[in-house]
Design a binder for this molecule. Sequence first.
Ligand SMILES: [Zn+2]
Length: 642
Amino acid sequence: MKRTLWIAMILVAGCLLPMRPPLRAASVCLHRPAAPRMLHVPELHAVFAERKETPPEDDEAESVEMKSTAHENDEREIAEPRETARENDGSENIGADKESIVQEKSGGKRRPVIDRDDRDRSRSGNRGNDGRDSRPDRLAMRIAASRENIAERPSPLPGRTPLPTDPDTPLSAANRADDYAILFQKKAGEAFGLHVVCRFTLHFGDEDTIAMRFGGAPEFSVSDLRVRTEPETIWHRDPDGKSITFVSGSERRCRIRMEYDYLNLHSALIYQDCGCELWETSYDEFYYPLLPGERCRFEAHFELPEGCRPVGGYPADEFHAPSVPGPLSARQRSGTPDASAPFRAPFAPSGPDTHAVQPISGSRTANSCGSDSTAIRRFVFRSTHPLTSHSLVFALVDTTRYRERTHVLEGDTLRYWLMPEPVVPESRIEELHRLTAAAIAFFERSLGPYDDPHAGISAPPVYLFHGSGYSNRNNLNLISLSQAKVAAKPHLLPVAHELGHRWLGEWTLFVPDGTEAAYFLKESLVEYMTLLFARSYYDRERFRILFETEYLRPAQALRGTADDRRLIDMRRNNNDRAVYAKGPVVLEKVASAMGYERWIAFMRRFYTAYRYRPLTYADFVGLLAEEDPIAAAQLDRLVRTY
Ligand SMILES: [Zn+2]
């Protein structure tokens, strides 16, 4: 097929991507039409240039925007006396004195602080040009009314699911896929594409079928798929539903081997050609078959062209294996099992198989990993414990375009991957060190240790900077940041938000997408904890200014607009401003009434009880009801009505 037709198809797929079709019932797809091969960088450039594509924004981008209006160096604001600072009186600090808070002197003329950032202004919905909200403070009125009502008629709260008595019990869900070995191969010259081979065992238990998430853009992500099952069984792939379903045969256990090419359109559209590719399951790119919320033992191998290396939350060691199967020559990571196992063993066919993995040879064209070499480098990661099945997330970095920088942090090594441009001032790097140490210390004090060997977390995060203006992300222990924003933004609190996702987020709280208030739990909680971190990192006055200018006023500005949705309806990761503005406002209301220390103690109890377990909003509010029924009723009412 001609390339122009491919590009047209890519455009169509790009238009469809943000729509994120829901998971549908699997349809039989034993003979799907062949999908196109991966695109090369020049072709993608042509797509971007022609379309002037704006990548879909992620939730973190919203978070950044919300925070970009802070006044890092504005001592005048902080020094001004405030009359309304109250430690524990939420009803009065919501909406009180807001005009005096949000204004600053600028050349003798008063203007709203929130108006500083053009992008924030563009996001301010139907606010006036000066960003102010002239409506009465209906929130305060409503909260005051709700407080009275709470005393009169306690609202019935949803009950939570009883927990196992042993807090170290693994996931309550069955771990149906296990013994996972996966190989990612990249040819030189192929951008945003991988050849993937994986093998795993499915345990059906009492189920007749197991449906795994698999695939991305329906027509483009997966091509040349070959599946082999032992014993032989039926499988169905549903490209639109991004799933692959296996049907149980006579045995309740089945060994699966899959081999395919994968084109990662999300990574191409968002990160484009900055020298790194991010492979993130968060964007509904299921580049390997997985069962969200379950765990399995991983063995991940990478075969990459010279000049390209994987960077991820799980460290992959480079080794230099001979071209034929043989023992690994790399040093064994402490605690990793059986490093002497033959490299190709997990991928060698166990019976007659025409699809054995062949070493790939590179073509001599530049690719996103910047290499024109035919040499192949190999990296491997093995998990010592069953890990979150959707957590095999990594970046492929062009080492000719990036440089690694390290910094010793509390005895550990903090790693950065930086592009040459835009230059990040040295003072900003030092600020990032300090903030990283302080934020980790705060979250550790509040919620528990950063390291968690059972989850594969045993080192500080890796920071990967990229050229996209969007997308701060926490991919488990890999935090990706816009280099331009880190270089220029007034403060780095969004980084603290990402660090907080180590405890509160998709890698530890398995809240199913689509359920009530799913993103209130995944995003509002960590956003509010970040605000409490600011309260300890700066001071209470700064905290109050941040709250008023970056949360309360945006939440008020949201009221009555098309984007004004209830927190209970925040079911999907679709950039709802309410998650980052209204969520913290509601939580501040509840926590300030409870007392901050008591709130943090509750959050610790919540995290400890539910980490790595499936949970719902009802579990969260039910646990709070055990701690403080009045607070739980108040929170539940606001989440459902505000
Ligand atoms: Zn987030």
